[in-house]
Design a protein around this ligand. Structure first.
Ligand code: FAD
Length: 526
């Protein structure tokens, strides 16, 4: 995606306002933009539009309505976006946002007992790992690093001294971030980029006579804010797309039961883990997001199966030292029928949301921004084009819905009412053909070219791709029928690769020490 984006860059104006560019008929292009909402969706969008298009961008948010305050585990797509697309400075980002490094997700999931599997971003050879090592966690260097709780910096003896060597350029990784620090930083950068910032509460929006477009926004003193194009980043309220333009809502609740999270923190006593934890609980699962000074935890559950008090009690048993301050976050899972409607595009929770099991929130915000900026010049003049964009975006979200649904359907760890219902009733129909194919013909990532092309046309995401599907299904305990027929990597070659990784691991240092070092020497990850 980021590469597609870079290739399209020469079309964008540089210097002069883009609508003065002779290539475009100025009547056909939106000339100013208002972003309503200042959560991560609002600021990430404002930065891209201002950076790329050099047109007036205004962001209106109400400081009386706080952002959702969660959204802290990311995918590798965020790095390319922040530094290659927006051109932000890595060292400044580390200093102000204080992220930690995420090599993947550790699922305490799957089969009965203490079974877990590491689900790394670079999971390339799960088959060799189970056949040659009898352990799925040998599939990649990221995965082995997660098993040992180490990061990507090695300390190598060099005569009398020690040298530090960083693998940050060769490994795929993402960040864990504190939502508030991220928003504070993005806001500072947006103002620096020249985004016009207004703190005001919008109480209404007035549409054109046919009800198809937004004409202007209104605040409580009846002041009008008039713009050409609007980005709805109002979170679950979806003030413009849902409330005013009446885009239909498509619920995913038959596939994803959860609707509530209980959120808190727990001390990590200086041991920072290099992964997001996803721990099976009686009525859902709990995230564990390691930040520099503490872990952030959240029990995602279904209110039909479990009261708030029950969720809280179960959390306290699992994390006896957790902070007494807890916050409840309610959410709904689904998407709207349109991502772009009239002169409004909705980015973030205002358009769609699925629960955070695979950290897809910021991932999809970035995806949506890239689609918007790549297509911005065609939006006003070409309504048919909008339809295509909507159906592609809907298909991408639906893919994630089905992909997440199988995480629940095949988790056999517990036999509570919630998990029994998940296994029996979850609607995973959109993914069933891929699961059947995997069981019938073997690993989806190891097929001949025509079969691979066919399978790839069903896969809609660049991170949760064929390798991701194979890894997940194997991790959930599903084995293809004809495992013995699949061509394996040469055993000797594979052992050589694993030995190489194990050598690296001998010198890798715990993530806490990575953080301490990087504070002193930020160039180690540049
Ligand atoms: P919000 O953060 O809700 O922001 C809404 C903005 O709109 C605010 O600035 C508010 O002031 C403004 N606003 C609203 N109404 C008005 C008004 N009338 N006038 C003016 N301004 C207004 N994503 C991840 O990537 N990783 C995760 O680990 C993750 N975990 C999550 C856990 C949970 C339980 C939930 C619910 C979500 C999680 N997400 C995660 C998703 C993530 O939180 C969101 O995708 C992301 O924060 C974007 O939120 P937003 O900007 O759309 O909305």
């Amino acid at each position: 995606l980021i590469n597609d984006f870079k290739q399209s860059k020469p079309h964008l104006s540089q210097g002069a306002p883009f609508y003065q560019n002779k290539e475009y008929d100025t009547g056909d292009i939106y000339k100013d933009i208002c972003i309503l909402g200042g959560g991560t969706a609002g600021y990430l969008t404002a930065l891209a539009l201002k950076k790329l298009f050099n047109i007036p961008v205004t962001l209106i948010e109400s400081s009386k309505i706080p952002p959702i305050g969660v959204g802290e585990a990311t995918t590798p797509i965020i790095k390319g976006y922040l530094f290659d697309v927006l051109g932000l400075n890595v060292a400044e980002f580390y200093e102000k946002v204080k992220p930690t490094w995420k090599l993947g997700i550790k699922f305490e999931w799957g089969l009965p007992g203490e079974y877990f599997f590491n689900y790394p971003f670079d999971g390339k050879d799960v088959l060799s790992a189970i056949i040659h090592n009898n352990d799925i966690n040998y599939c990649s260097l990221n995965s082995l690093m997660m098993s040992k709780d180490v990061g990507f910096i090695s300390r190598v003896p060099n005569g009398e001294e020690t040298k530090h060597h960083s693998l940050s350029k060769s490994l795929k990784y993402a960040y864990h971030l504190d939502n508030k620090s991220l928003i504070r930083y993005l806001k500072e950068k947006a103002i620096e980029f020249g985004v016009n910032y207004i703190d005001d509460e919008i109480i209404d929006a007035v549409t054109t006579n046919d009800g198809e477009e937004i004409s202007y926004l209104v605040n409580k003193d009846y002041k009008k804010y008039e713009f050409d194009f609007f980005v709805d980043c109002t979170g679950f309220k979806s003030l413009l797309l849902d409330k005013k333009l009446k885009s239909k809502y498509v619920s995913y609740s038959s596939s994803l039961f959860n609707d509530t999270a209980v959120v808190s923190t727990v001390p990590h006593n200086g041991k920072i883990k290099p992964y997001t934890g996803a721990i099976t609980m009686n009525n859902g699962w709990c995230w564990n997001i390691p930040l520099r000074h503490e872990d952030h935890i959240g029990y995602v559950h279904c209110s039909e199966f479990c009261s708030l008090d029950e969720a809280h009690d179960e959390m306290k048993k699992k994390f006896p030292t957790m902070n007494k301050d807890v916050k409840q976050v309610k959410f709904r899972t689904g998407r709207h029928e349109e991502f772009i409607k009239g002169n409004v595009v909705a980015i973030g929770n205002s358009y769609a949301f699925i629960e955070p099991l695979e950290s897809t929130g910021l991932h999809m915000i970035i995806d949506q921004i890239i689609v918007l900026t790549n297509s911005f010049f065609n939006l006003k003049s070409n309504k048919r084009f909008r339809k295509e964009l909507n159906s592609n975006m809907n298909a991408h979200w639906d893919y994630l819905r089905w992909f997440l649904s199988i995480h629940f359907k095949f988790n056999k760890k517990l036999d509570t009412k919630y998990w029994k219902a998940s296994r029996e009733k979850i609607n995973s129909s959109g993914f069933d053909p891929l699961v059947e194919l995997y069981q019938e013909i073997g690993f989806l990532s190891r097929q001949d070219i025509p079969t691979t092309q066919l399978i790839r046309s069903r896969i809609k995401d660049t991170i949760f791709d064929v390798y991701g599907v194979d890894h997940l299904l194997l991790g959930l305990g599903l084995r293809p029928k004809n495992l013995s027929k699949i061509k394996l990597n040469n055993k000797k070659e594979w052992q050589g690769i694993v030995e190489n990784w194990e050598n690296i691991l001998k010198y890798s240092i715990p993530l806490q020490e990575n953080v301490d070092l990087l504070v002193k020497h930020p160039t180690l990850v540049m």
